[in-house]
Design a protein around this ligand. Sequence first.
Ligand SMILES: [Zn+2]
Length: 237
Amino acid sequence: MEQLNLLSSLETHHELLKSYEKELIELENKLKIRDLEKRIMAIEEKLEKAKIKRDEIRKSLKSRNNILVEYNYRIEEIEKTLYNGQTTDIKQLEYLSREKDRLKEILSNKETETLTLMDEMEFLEKEILEIEDFLQKYKEMIIKQKRKYKILEQKLKEKIEDEKKEILSIEDNINKALLEKYYAIRNSKGSGISVPQNGVCNRCYMIVPMILLDRLNKGEVVFCENCGRILCKETQI
Ligand SMILES: [Zn+2]
């Protein structure tokens, strides 16, 4: 009887150990740490692209400014020639006037393009700040989740260690041959014990003959004739 009680207890602790180990494996998924990390990577990629685009526009704006300065200078030079009175050739003056209008039109188009780029740049700067802010919050969240993970992981590891110690201590008190038999059944079937209910094995659901139940009630070690598990009385679980 004592031996069967110990086997029942052993089975209970094995089940607990299994559930804690499963919990430990599932813990990271439950806290969605990997999902958060993936999301962070995607956000960082988006941020990087926005920064590259912003730098390109910045560079383009710089060279465009030089061009605008250049056009303004050329227009001023033409205007000087037009209005200083030194040139009297009508054709020359007409040509310079047309040239001035042409340059002014180009300048105006280039200024419009520059303004569009500046708008785009402003939008990107705003977007970059927003992404950085969002990223910061996400990173804080993942730090919190990792901290939570560490605490839960530690607790589970302690529980696992306790169960392992308990199992070893129970094993020490069980007859070696019976223990070997128990593990052989458990390893092949996932559980080593069955508790017949209303005369039926609660693992394989086959009827357990009365004669076996009687022997079980007398404290003998008996096995289910169908699945081979060690039979225990309900009170032993
Ligand atoms: Zn059975």
